[in-house]
Structure formats: C-alpha cells, structure tokens
Design a protein around this ligand. Structure first.
Ligand SMILES: Cc1cc2nc3c(=O)[nH]c(=O)nc-3n(C[C@H](O)[C@H](O)[C@H](O)COP(=O)(O)O)c2cc1C
Length: 207
C-alpha cells in the first residue's frame, strides 16, 4: 500500500502536536472534519513557506495550528533587500532568468510526509525564487503538494506555476490565495478561510 493510499491521520497528527508542543486548544470544527472517521495510520504534514515581509508567515502559522504539521521557513542564503524597488528589481531579474537561489540551512526531511503545504508571496505573477529552489530540490513523488499564497492585487496564474514547478510528480489540489483585500478581513474571517481550505484538502483513500 503506497503512502498516498494511507488513511488520513489528522487526529493522530493533532494529538502528536499536542504531545510535542503542549498545544491544548480544542479541535475546531474544521479540524474535526479534516480528521475524517477513524483515522488509522498517522500521516504527517509539513508546512514549508517563504515570506519576505511576514504576511505569508502569519498564514503558515495559522495552518500549523489547524493541521498540527511541522513548520519550516525557507530562507535564501543571501537575503533580499528590504526596500521594495530593490527587491522588485532583483525578483524581476531572477524570475526572468529562471534563477534558483541557494537556500540557507538544510532542507527539511520529507520522509513519512504525505502532505506538504507550500506557501509564499506572489512575486511578479509567479513563485518567489526561493520557493522555486525548494520545489526543484526535493523529491515530491507520490506526495500531495497544497499551495497557499498571499498577494497584493493579482493572483494571476500562480497555482498553475506551482503545478509546473512540481513537474507532475505530486498531486496539487486547489490552492489558497489571500489577496490584499482579503487580508484586511477580521482575524476570525481570515482564520475561517484558512480552516475551510485546510478542511477541504484531499484525504487519501482508506486502506
Ligand atoms: C518583489 C515583489 C513582487 C511582487 N509581485 C506581486 C505580483 O506580481 N502580484 C501581486 O498581487 N502582488 C505582488 N507582490 C506583493 C506580495 O505578493 C504581497 O505583499 C505578499 O502578501 C507579501 O507576502 P510576504 O510578506 O509573505 O512576503 C510583490 C511583492 C514583492 C516584494
């Protein structure tokens, strides 16, 4: 039985997170519906994200709470400039050239991980180069890669670009995109959007 065919183990994941991190929050309705019935083998979730100015980081942290998954922040070995015009110029150049920057630190292990939530800002209508570096370096065969992103005014074909970046290795469900306007919503509405998306992530068929 392949790993992707395992019964989804959200409740086991949440229980492990409580044990590991001492998180004692009651499971929300979304978490409970994501748990499915009688989750058997534990499945593990990894949330990988790049965030230049911290907005996607906030969404990644909410997803961590919803899923109990492990959180891994991607950072380029050479940090981008803070100043908007400078980072925009560098991003345009790198994306135009298909440049994939070196990443800082070790890549996270994907052993035993079924679901990888991959988040980042929309940069120049596509993935920020550090995220493209990550997707090019890891073996995603047989995994589900669920993309989430934050953006200013235009999501454009971001999720199609994610699909192309995983080059058919992984299953890519519908993504979560939160634009500037949605990010102005009340905290609980953002939380609901995140929870609703997490609850809809595909569950592998029962064993
Ligand atoms: C270099 C750069 C390029 C960007 N390109 C786009 C874009 O093409 N479309 C868009 O809607 N927003 C664009 N944005 C805005 C970011 O996607 C948005 O502010 C995002 O929420 C930032 O997330 P972060 O704080 O996690 O880095 C860009 C921002 C930067 C810095």
């Amino acid at each position: 039985m392949s790993r992707t065919m395992r019964k989804w183990g959200w409740m086991a994941v949440a229980a492990a997170a409580v044990a590991a991190a001492g998180w004692t929050g009651a499971a929300s309705a979304a978490e409970e519906s994501a748990a499915g019935d009688g989750a058997a083998a534990p499945s593990r979730v990894l949330i990988v994200y790049f965030s230049h100015s911290g907005i996607t980081k906030g969404i990644a942290e909410r997803l961590q709470k919803k899923t109990g998954g492990a959180l891994h922040r991607i950072e380029p070995a050479n940090a981008y400039p803070e100043e908007y015009q400078a980072v925009l110029a560098q991003a345009r150049k790198e994306i135009g050239e298909g440049f994939k920057p070196e990443l800082k630190g070790d890549l996270p292990s994907l052993d035993g991980i079924d679901l990888v939530l991959v988040g980042g800002p929309v940069w120049v209508g596509t993935l920020a180069p550090p995220l493209a570096s990550f997707l090019a370096q890891v073996d995603l065969k047989g995994k589900t890669v669920a993309p989430f992103c934050t953006y200013g005014g235009g999501l454009r074909d971001y999720f199609q670009h994610v699909k192309a970046a995983v080059s058919g290795e992984a299953t890519v469900p519908d993504g979560l995109g939160l634009g500037r306007e949605q990010l102005k919503m009340k905290e609980e509405d953002i939380d609901k959007a995140v929870a609703d998306w997490a609850a809809k992530l595909p569950k592998p068929a029962a064993e």
